[in-house]
Design a binder for this molecule. Structure first.
Ligand SMILES: NC(=O)c1ccc[n+]([C@@H]2O[C@H](COP(=O)([O-])OP(=O)(O)OC[C@H]3O[C@@H](n4cnc5c(N)ncnc54)[C@H](OP(=O)(O)O)[C@@H]3O)[C@@H](O)[C@H]2O)c1
Length: 330
């Protein structure tokens, strides 16, 4: 038997609860690896699934949890042996395939990467998809030629998971970071992560002109909607934007002016189906960049499976700073 959060759909709606499950109930997977999950986390997508606020879950019943870190218990995959320490991010886990808010998961071995040697399983879940997406975004900017310089990089949704890691990673690499937040009370936190200026998110959240004062060399945006449109309008000539989220909205009410008059480039970031080589590159960089001090600042809180249910609601209500780790043995 193992414990898991189970999401069930019935006539009354969707229920979420901690349940005792039989290992035999785990769904089949190609190239199967059974993983003992020691830590997971609550991402924005997990919170949407648990609170049923977005169409994340595609099959019912579902165990949520798009991230997991733990150890291989059984393997039919040539790359993995019993006892290997592994990490899972995305690939539809927690959406179409039972996920890692569970003590046990049966996964396709092709979806796994090795836990970087410098990180513990808890560290990896403090980072989770949010930190890995922040790293993918930083790599996209740098691959496009962005380097530390005079103009700052704008990070939106800065006190959230992706935003916190984007701020910390960019600052550690020598960038000046302008952190946009809706919470004035988070200024000390963002300054501690390395932000050199704080931007009131209200200045970006409403419709603005197609071209505005050139302020930023680059942008990591986890918010979308008017915020992304204004970020494009404030990016300097030749600048680069990594669009990775939709916390404000999925719409993009923008003008082509920044792209055709200022040669601004807009890159999309997807963590879910990113190829293994890119994941391993991002996680290797995270393994080098992330100190336990930074992880403790961003993800000081560890909860049980039952606590993950409360965390999902708090996250949807904007009451979570940084990240929350789930200990499957708590
Ligand atoms: N592309 C990918 O593969 C990928 C991977 C991971 C996450 N994501 C997406 O990235 C986004 C952020 O994820 P996360 O885990 O960082 O979530 P999160 O921890 O909830 O952070 C989101 C942050 O956005 C800001 N925000 C929330 N509502 C807003 C609104 N209405 N208008 C403007 N800003 C708002 C808040 O920051 P402030 O209070 O500081 O303003 C909030 O902390 C989500 O949309 C998620 O789905 C995408």
């Amino acid at each position: 038997m193992f414990s898991a959060i189970l999401l069930e759909k019935n006539d009354a709606g969707v229920t979420a609860g901690v349940r005792a499950m039989e290992e035999s109930s785990l769904p089949e997977a190609a190239n199967p690896v059974v993983m003992s999950v020691s830590y997971s986390t609550v991402n924005y997508k997990d919170a949407l699934a648990i609170t049923n606020r977005g169409p994340v879950v595609r099959k019912w019943p579902m165990i949520p949890g798009i991230d997991g870190a733990g150890m291989v218990l059984e393997s039919s995959h040539p790359r993995w042996s019993v006892g290997d320490a592994v990490v899972l991010n995305g690939f539809g886990v927690g959406e179409t395939h039972w996920g890692c808010l569970a003590q046990c998961a049966r996964l396709n071995g092709n979806w796994l990467i090795p836990l970087p040697q410098t990180l513990t399983a808890r560290d990896a879940m403090a980072i989770g998809t949010a930190g890995y997406t922040a790293m993918l975004s930083v790599l996209a900017l740098e691959d496009a030629g962005v380097a530390p310089g005079d103009d700052p990089v704008l990070v939106t949704g800065a006190s959230g998971g992706v935003g916190s890691f984007s701020t910390a990673l960019l600052a550690a690499r020598g960038y000046r970071v302008a952190a946009s937040t809706g919470k004035a009370s988070e200024k000390p936190y963002l300054t501690q992560l390395g932000a050199s200026e704080i931007v009131d998110r209200e200045t970006l959240a409403v419709a603005g002109k197609a071209l505005q004062k050139e302020r930023y060399a680059a942008v990591i945006d986890s918010v979308g909607s008017h915020t992304l449109a204004n970020a494009c309008a404030q990016t300097r000539y030749g600048g680069v934007i990594a669009a990775c989220g939709l916390a404000q909205g999925m719409d993009f009410p923008a003008s082509v002016a920044p792209f055709i008059l200022r040669a601004v480039r807009l890159f999309g970031i997807d963590s879910v189906m990113a190829p293994i080589a890119l994941r391993e590159r991002a996680w290797a960089e995270l393994g080098k960049a992330m100190t336990s001090d930074t992880l403790q600042v961003i993800a000081p809180t560890t909860v049980s499976l039952a606590g993950a249910l409360n965390t999902a609601h708090a996250l949807m209500e904007g009451r979570v700073r940084g990240r929350v780790v789930v200990d499957l043995n708590q």
